[in-house]
Design a protein around this ligand. Structure first.
Ligand SMILES: Cc1cc2nc3c(=O)[nH]c(=O)nc-3n(C[C@H](O)[C@H](O)[C@H](O)COP(=O)(O)OP(=O)(O)OC[C@H]3O[C@@H](n4cnc5c(N)ncnc54)[C@H](O)[C@@H]3O)c2cc1C
Length: 356
């Protein structure tokens, strides 16, 4: 009987790859009909060892994934500062093309013998006769049902599987990203650009030689009413210093902005009888950490091993997995508080007073 993984992002794919390597049958249900460009593209140099451990390092060689030489930021003072990756053991990070990356992961799962079902959205789950019965709407909108020995919630920040079981998701802040793509007249230096402002912070990163993703990160209740178009986002960015210099003379590539939750959050219970949650579904991270994709892949690596051990009869395997991902989250929380505390210039503004 297969393991069913619901959600085919980095966490779901990484979980499947470990299970397939250990000879388990795996089916991924992925709601989107084809890989899409999700928000979030920057991964740090430290991620390389994880890619290597998971046998995924060759994916980074695709020409669509750009080298990231470091971070350039205005944070805590008006002076732009560079943190180059040059002296790191791995001397670069990456700006991933998310669409290509998700395609690569799906293809890898298929090559390793997994079934990756695009356009298939889980609708209901039922635990019966010691197994899970999973119903989903297929690409033709027909309802299908399969039986699984184990199910994985890899549905991202919505934690759709666990929430159907009645498990609560705790959200620790209201952070959201208002994002658009812009085209530049000149080549851009391959850095991640960050700038703190009174109501949040700006993020810009290259998507190609002359394309940039531009996000304003703030709390949902603080998003300015006028930030409804890519043009308005670009106009707002001109009031900054570093980001304004990066986007100088750029034009919006698309008309609209997307607004996505980027809140730190977690499921109050992440494992149970023949199920676990992984990636953003279990713990979601503030993008300032650049840890979301790495954590999803790392969590998937450990989830795959834990499920294999559990199915062989080790009842403690899921507890050990939960301990590992909870410890990583505690470490992240300390780092997050430290990062926001570096910025003291607007300690009375709603955004910063909620964090300092
Ligand atoms: C604005 C913003 C900026 C970010 N920047 C960065 C960054 O720079 N670096 C970084 O590392 N991370 C960043 N992140 C976070 C990163 O994108 C996520 O952490 C990462 O995608 C998590 O992977 P995942 O597989 O857990 O979830 P997801 O990638 O969200 O995948 C979940 C999948 O589940 C599918 N799904 C949902 N419901 C169902 C269902 N019912 N049936 C079947 N399938 C379903 C969805 O279609 C989706 O493909 C950012 C996030 C945001 C919002």
């Amino acid at each position: 009987m297969p393991v069913i993984i619901i959600g085919g992002g980095p966490a779901g794919a990484a979980t499947a790859l470990q299970l397939l390597r250990q000879g388990y049958e795996c089916i991924i249900l992925e709601a989107s009909a084809a890989p899409i460009r999700k928000p979030g593209e920057t991964i740090p140099p430290q991620a390389y060892s994880l890619f290597k451990k998971s046998g995924l390092e060759t994916l980074l060689q695709h020409p669509a994934h750009l080298t990231c030489h470091g971070n350039r930021f205005v944070w805590g003072s008006q002076t732009p500062t560079d943190k180059s990756f040059f002296a790191n053991t791995v001397a670069q990070g990456w700006h991933l093309s998310r669409e290509i990356f998700e395609t690569q992961l799906a293809n890898h799962v298929i090559q390793c013998g997994g079934q990756y079902l695009h356009g298939c959205s889980m609708t209901t789950i039922k635990y019966m006769n010691d197994n899970w019965s999973v119903s989903y709407a297929d690409a033709q909108k027909e309802i299908q049902t399969i039986t699984a020995s184990f199910i994985v919630d890899a549905t991202g920040r919505k934690s759709r599987v666990a929430r159907q079981m009645g498990i609560q998701r705790k959200v620790m802040d209201k952070l959201a990203g208002v994002t658009a793509c812009v085209t530049l007249p000149q080549h851009i230096q391959q850095f991640t650009y960050l700038e703190a402002v009174a109501d949040g912070w700006w993020y810009a990163a290259p998507l190609s030689a002359q394309q940039l993703v531009l996000s304003f990160m703030t709390d949902t209740d603080l998003i300015p009413e006028q930030l409804r178009s890519a043009k308005a986002l670009l106009d707002a960015a001109t009031t900054t210093t570093l980001i304004a210099s990066v986007i100088h003379d750029s034009t919006p590539t698309t008309t609209n902005v997307t607004v996505a939750s980027a809140a730190t959050g977690y499921l109050s219970q992440r494992t149970g009888q023949q199920w676990l949650a992984v990636g953003d579904a279990a713990f979601s991270y503030d993008p300032i950490s650049s840890y979301g994709i790495t954590s999803a892949l790392d969590g998937g690596y450990y989830a795959g091993h834990a499920i294999a051990e559990y199915l062989k009869g080790d009842a403690d395997a899921l507890t050990a997995y939960d301990w590992a991902i909870s410890t990583a989250f505690s470490t992240y929380m300390k780092m997050l508080i430290g990062q926001y505390n570096l910025e003291k210039r607007w300690s009375n503004s709603p955004f910063w007073s909620r964090r300092n």
